[in-house]
Write a protein that binds this ligand. Structure first.
Ligand SMILES: C[S@@+](CC[C@H](N)C(=O)[O-])C[C@H]1O[C@@H](n2cnc3c(N)ncnc32)[C@H](O)[C@@H]1O
Length: 215
């Protein structure tokens, strides 16, 4: 699954002409590839650079992430934020979180990251916000629920980024082949028909939906 939408050559070219990943991110990515069963879940260097750029453009000082895995994208956000910035990141899997914590402890930048274990929807219920950037990258079945709750938690000029919205091209299939595909199609319909938000579906990697409130 994934990465068949953009050719490997084009991906490499785009990556070579984008900001490089940090040494810490590279080490984490390589260890995730060696040790974890599904390392392709990491956003990777090119989408990581995109997340950093969005963080800087929004001048985010507070980020919420749904789906930390081994912490690669959380590190990208933390690296792009000024001192004093905070990343709250949600995860259910202890083994993934253990590896993430090891890497967060290797750099002062890791101190910006707060890990919240448990189901992200429940964690979100207890959060107050506002967040300048919210990245949704877990549990596709609940994508619409995460989107709706994110709107409550978003700062006025904030941005919501939602990953894997092309789902390896399966979003084109009718009827949808499974419930995850159906959930992602519903999310894309919900966002694009919401009169209160503006969105652009960026065809980077597996598709990232960029959403902000209309002003
Ligand atoms: C695609 S991975 C996240 C990748 C990460 N953003 C990165 O780029 O390194 C999704 C993660 O979400 C976690 N997850 C799945 N369902 C969840 C839920 N309901 N609440 C919180 N985390 C969840 C999984 O354990 C998995 O580690």
């Amino acid at each position: 699954m994934m990465n068949k939408l953009v050719s490997a050559d084009i991906e490499a070219y785009a990556q070579a002409h984008s900001m490089p990943e940090s040494d810490l991110c590279r080490a984490l990515r390589e260890e995730t590839q060696r040790r974890m069963e599904a390392p392709q879940m990491i956003v990777g260097p090119l989408e990581g650079a995109f997340l950093k750029m969005m963080t800087q453009l929004v001048q985010a000082t507070s980020v919420l992430e749904i789906g930390m895995f081994t912490g690669y994208s959380a590190l990208c956000f933390a690296e792009a934020m000024p001192a004093g910035g905070t990343v709250i990141t949600c995860e259910v899997d202890e083994a993934s979180a253990a590896l993430a914590r090891q890497y967060f402890a290797r750099s002062p930048i890791g101190k910006k990251i707060e890990v919240r274990m448990g189901l992200a929807l429940e964690t979100m219920q207890d959060l107050k916000g506002p967040f300048d950037l919210i990245f949704i990258d877990a549990d596709k079945i609940n994508y619409v629920n995460y989107f709706r709750r994110s709107l409550d938690l978003l700062s006025p000029q904030g941005v919501i980024l939602i990953d894997n919205v092309l789902w390896d091209g399966d979003v084109l299939k009718q009827p949808p082949p499974d419930e995850k595909t159906a959930a992602i199609q519903e999310l894309n319909r919900t966002v694009s028909s919401d009169p209160l938000v503006s969105a652009v579906l960026v065809t980077i990697r597996d598709g990232v939906l960029v959403v902000r409130r209309k002003t």
